[in-house]
Write a protein that binds this ligand. Structure first.
Ligand SMILES: Cc1ncc(COP(=O)(O)O)c(C=O)c1O
Length: 489
């Protein structure tokens, strides 16, 4: 369509002021960055300022670092836009939103084989898996404490056992809620929890053990069934009641569809609670997570608050009070829209794209694929003989960034920090076509680095003596990269 040529008389005064968006007086004057401006500005100008500034961010569609959904169907977008003003906590005013939330919890409890029965599931929506984990951790702590107190035993030193590869939210839980964190160290070959090693750390003060269904680092599923069997045996031998929590932030929305026979959920008796991120493979925009308990017995009643719901009682257990309802409604939309069949198709496609990309990466050159098929659909790989190469995975990540791809490089958790990897999370909007383009750019980056070395400033790619510098640089970068890996979601 051609723009119609207008002269000034066509415009009202207001339009004349607002129409020249760029070069308008408002944009010609400095806008305070850290102070509330004295005056106002036209809506279009404010919009343009914010919009333009966001161009400096990465492109979410090329953000292969994040597990979080960057695309939903237009109908879901519409539902969410219609719900911007709807506060989830106002159960009295929005009873149908509460009903939809309860339906979602029940659908998830069914998916995870909770024995609670239809309509009686115990769980809630959260802002993400982090909040879900804090709630599940609190429930474990409360149960442990009540049991100990009833036996007249000390309750001052609870601990929780987990792999050193846990996401940072577990470290937060332990620190914020005064629980000793016991980390099972990784090794150069084992990047997830070791069952025997974990069991050796469990004692009478252990509130629970964490099994991760889909490690943030590699996507690998931790051996949840083996953890369950060991905990069941230990509990019966010692008369303890150590709980197993499954951190299914990613995998709880993948395994039920791609590995329905894998036993990781409430089919295992020691599993008392499960968290899942609706905004990861639940395929909803950020932020929604879920936590589901096995039964009412696993969620102590004194953690639950009661709000008035249509003159009745609405139990709530959340860290925050107000939150947007849109993500919960969008989760319900996905459940209706996709059903088991749709989720299975989506997850299988993601799996195929991940395996296609993994094969391409393995062909490109000196890479070892660490991610495993039939787990979280991602590709995690490291440089073979990394120490002998004049460039690192961090250099590859920087090269790819020049083309717009956001592919994080990071070192593994303690004690496998010497292993540095790249990770590509495969999401719904990452087509096979894009995977091929990424593979071509990766091949070009490797070729360039092999021929010219890293293009960064400084001496870290220098010749003799550089091993010292190379050793120092990753060590310095490690803390930041370790944090990034932990925080990347
Ligand atoms: C295994 C695991 N647990 C917990 C989290 C935290 O999830 P959220 O971002 O939903 O709070 C993540 C995020 O990546 C994760 O990978």
């Amino acid at each position: 369509m051609l723009a119609r040529k207008m002269d000034a008389s066509d415009l009202t005064r207001q339009e004349a002021l607002l129409a020249p968006m760029y070069g308008s007086r408002e944009l010609g004057e400095p806008v305070p960055r850290y102070e509330l401006p004295d005056g106002r500005m036209p809506a279009q100008v404010a919009y343009q300022l914010v919009h333009d500034e966001l161009n400096l961010d990465g492109n979410p569609a090329l953000n292969l670092a994040s597990f979080v959904t960057t695309w939903m169907e237009p109908e879901a977008d519409r539902l969410m836009a219609e719900s911007f003003g709807r506060n989830y906590i106002d159960a009295d005013e929005y009873p149908q939103t509460t009903e939809i939330h309860n339906r979602c919890v029940n659908m998830l409890a069914g998916l995870f084989h909770a024995p609670s029965g239809e309509g009686a599931a115990v769980g809630c929506a959260t802002v993400g898996s982090s909040e879900a984990i804090h709630l599940a951790g609190l429930a474990m702590k409360w149960r442990w404490r009540a049991r100990r107190a009833a036996q007249g035993l000390p309750t001052g030193a609870p601990n929780i056992v987990m792999g050193a590869n846990v996401q940072v939210c577990w470290e937060k839980f332990a620190r914020y809620f005064d629980v000793e964190a016991r980390y099972v160290p990784l090794t150069g070959e084992r990047f997830v929890i070791g069952v025997e090693e974990a069991m050796s750390m469990v004692d009478e003060n252990t509130i629970g053990v964490v099994g991760i269904l889909g490690s943030t680092y590699t996507g690998e599923y931790e051996p949840v069934k083996e953890l369950n069997d060991a905990i069941v045996a230990l509990n019966s031998e010692r008369g303890w009641d150590v709980a197993l929590h499954v951190d299914g932030a990613s995998g709880a929305f993948v395994a039920p569809f791609t590995a329905p026979d894998l036993e990781w959920d409430f089919r295992l008796p020691a599993v008392r609670s499960i968290n899942a991120s609706g905004h990861k493979y639940g395929l909803v925009y950020p932020g929604v997570g879920w936590v589901v308990w096995r039964s009412e017995d696993d969620l102590p009643s004194d953690l639950i608050f009661h709000v008035n719901y249509l003159g009745g009682d609405q139990p709530t257990f959340n860290l925050n009070f107000s939150r947007g309802a849109g993500q919960i409604l969008a989760q319900y939309y996905n459940f209706l829209r996709l059903g088991r069949q749709g989720y299975t198709e989506v997850m299988r496609t993601l799996e195929q794209t991940a395996s296609h990309l993994a094969s391409a990466v393995a062909c490109i050159g000196p890479f070892e694929i660490l991610s495993k098929p039939r787990t979280v659909p991602l590709v995690c790989f490291r440089l073979e003989d990394a120490a002998a190469r004049p460039y690192s995975v961090f250099d590859i990540s920087s090269e790819l960034r020049q083309r717009g791809w956001i592919v994080p490089a990071y070192t593994m958790a303690p004690d496998a920090e010497e292993v540095a990897v790249l990770r590509v999370v495969v999401k719904e909007n990452f087509s096979r076509d894009l995977a091929d383009m990424l593979a071509s750019d990766l091949a070009r980056s490797v070729e360039h680095l092999e021929a010219h070395g890293p293009s960064r400033h400084g001496t870290s790619h220098a010749g003799p003596g550089s091993s010292h510098i190379r050793a120092a640089a990753p060590a310095k970068a490690h803390a930041a990269n370790h944090r990034r890996a932990h925080g990347v979601c």
